[in-house]
Ligand binder design. Sequence first.
Ligand SMILES: [Fe+2]
Length: 307
Amino acid sequence: MTVIALRKSVIKEIIGKRCYEIMHNGSKPIEACPLLKSKTMEKTEKVEYFEKSLNRHFMGCITPVLSEDGRIKSYIASIIDITETKIKENKLIKSREAFLNMLRETDHSYKELKEIYKAIILSFANAIDAKSRWTKGHSERVTNYAIAIAKEIGLKAKDIETLRIASLLHDIGKIGTYDVILDKPGRLNDEELALVRMHPVKGEEILKPVRQLQQIFPIIRHHHERIDGNGYPDRLRGEEIPFFARIVHVADSFDSMTADRPYRPAPGKEYAVSELKKYSGTQFDPRAAEAFLRVLDKSDISTALTV
Ligand SMILES: [Fe+2]
């Protein structure tokens, strides 16, 4: 050990003593003693330790000095006070932890917001269906059918989620339609029919302030358009109609044909299937209709497509 920097009185005190007696006030070597390690490994060894009596952190470093024949003839020992570095390191660890905690909290809040968002969408769907006993469960069933079509076609999860929200809210415009019209037991007159046919436009208007839902606006507006251009409100044709709106149209029509209405009992599944086949390419998008026919062929709609 080099003792050039030490005073003579100090030199007297340390001569003949073991390093651990001088540095750690101990009677035996510290655990992971770098000198012991260096002796075995024959290379520089470092160790960080906290000296309680001084309340400081140190780094001990031992480097063996080899003779010409390769044997260790002495060691160079250095001790560096690393307390300041340690304090900075601890501060960094703490701020990193705080940052990670903040990220975790943000993630938690984001998930909570997402849950609230989902619940609000469902509440809206329930509010639409509660308008009339004839439409009870309609939005949810249409959603299940639309998702089944989307999966059969092989749409991506992100698109299926868009379709799910659009299907749940497709009739939101009916909130502004008089209950007496929705519940009317007989056929609707021209004026009443015109009012009902306003619901896709009203639906788009209701949702317009919710910028985050803008990708579903066209689906809401055009879910009653027909491939042959005889639908409403804009009489769009074929490819002009957004594809997801064509899917919702198939799902919506199927549910209308398999559910009772105030003016008629449900025509039933057999009839609905024959109508899907008959009007595929004129009223219905063939790709969506054929996908749904395959789904219906494979499943029992009363169980497999029900939540
Ligand atoms: Fe509708």
